[in-house]
Design a protein around this ligand. Structure first.
Ligand code: GDP
Length: 332
């Protein structure tokens, strides 16, 4: 594969080249991995800075309806929109809640939009890397907005927040009891809470729910990366396309403020370091799973069980002999 050619076609915004490159970063094959790494390195610093928006919400809250309506609004303004999905359910069961492209039928036919379902990988860590790299590819291909969608379960929200510039939480209109069902940690990650389905019979409840969340947000500690008034709660109706323009204005004003204050670049730099460290950890774990380390681990494990060597000495031996780390250097 000609990596330079692929890189220049991605930079030219060719969708097929982008799709192919994403398939490459999703591949688990060692040769593909090497090519993906070379490709990302070749694309580094190219293209303009997209706004990466993470979006989470439980199944049924209206994520696909919202993304379709919001995405079409943005493409209508001449912006190019990419949609990526992280679906931990597909990792566990092989079935996907988010993977189905037909969920956003109109947006997927829009030439200004690009939709990529969740890769079905066995490990969330693997999905994280692939999604993050897919986002980088979309950015290099000149997309203005990269939406990264996830369902509100497990670790996937934290992961998506760690690869986004802004993080949105989509919520349903609900009684006061359910408000407490949103974990504090997730509220703290969100920049904007969107109470969806503020239409018809649900409108009054949605407005009340939104006020409840706004109250809960005021109790959170103010974060240095936020201007006055953030994080905030808004009502939207994805079906009636109400409040979407307002939500976009708020997102832009928050992003603009963070850019001006240096928090935008700062967050990206912090994320890059985080992912580097995660890659190192994963790389080490992968080496532990490969021969001859795996065999040595089993053999040393047996010796530890038999009392022939202490656990610490055995670990030291394994790390220094097979991973060529300094003896005793694992203390920190
Ligand atoms: P997802 O599972 O989060 O992607 O949710 P969907 O977008 O598939 O929506 C789940 C259900 O909620 C569907 O029946 C939608 O028609 C409905 N829905 C989505 N957005 C709205 C909205 O703004 N108002 C109302 N009343 N229903 C909505």
């Amino acid at each position: 594969m000609d990596i330079d050619d692929l890189a220049s076609r991605i930079r030219a915004g060719e969708r097929r080249a982008l799709a192919r490159a994403i398939t490459l970063v999703e591949s688990g094959r060692a040769d593909h991995r090497a090519q993906a790494t070379a490709l990302l390195e070749a694309l580094k610093g190219h293209g303009r800075e997209a706004l990466r928006v993470g979006l989470s919400g439980t199944p049924g809250v209206g994520k696909s309806t919202f993304i379709e309506a919001f995405g079409l609004m943005l493409t209508g303004q001449g912006l190019r929109v990419a949609v990526l999905a992280v679906d931990p359910s597909s990792a566990r069961s092989g079935g996907s809640i988010l993977g189905d492209k037909t969920r956003m039928e109109r947006l997927s036919r829009d030439p200004q939009a690009f939709i990529r379902p969740s890769p079905s990988q066995s490990q969330l860590g693997g999905v994280a890397r692939r999604t993050r790299e897919a986002a980088e590819l979309c950015e290099a291909a000149g997309f203005d907005v990269v939406l990264i969608e996830t369902v509100g379960v497990g670790q996937s929200e934290t992961m998506v927040a760690e690869m986004s510039d802004l993080f949105l939480l989509l919520l349903a209109p609900a009684g006061g009891d359910e408000l407490q069902g949103v974990k504090r940690g997730i509220m703290e990650m969100a920049d904007i809470l969107l109470v969806n389905k503020a239409d018809g019979d649900l409108k009054t409840t949605a407005i009340r729910t939104c006020a409840d969340y706004a109250g809960a947000l005021r109790l959170l500690r103010k974060r240095p990366q936020d201007p006055e008034g953030f994080p905030k709660a808004l009502t939207v109706s994805a079906i009636e396309q109400e409040g979407l323009a307002r939500a976009w204005e708020e997102m832009q004003s928050l992003a603009d403020w963070r850019r001006a204050q240096g928090h935008f670049a700062g967050r990206r730099a912090e994320q890059a370091r985080h992912w580097f460290e995660a890659e190192v950890r994963e790389g080490l774990l992968a080496r532990l799973r490969r021969e001859p380390v795996r065999g040595a681990m089993a053999a040393l494990g047996a010796q530890v069980e038999a009392g022939a060597i202490t656990p610490s000495a055995a670990a030291d031996e394994l790390l220094s002999e097979y991973l060529q780390l300094d003896r005793g250097a694992r203390e920190e």
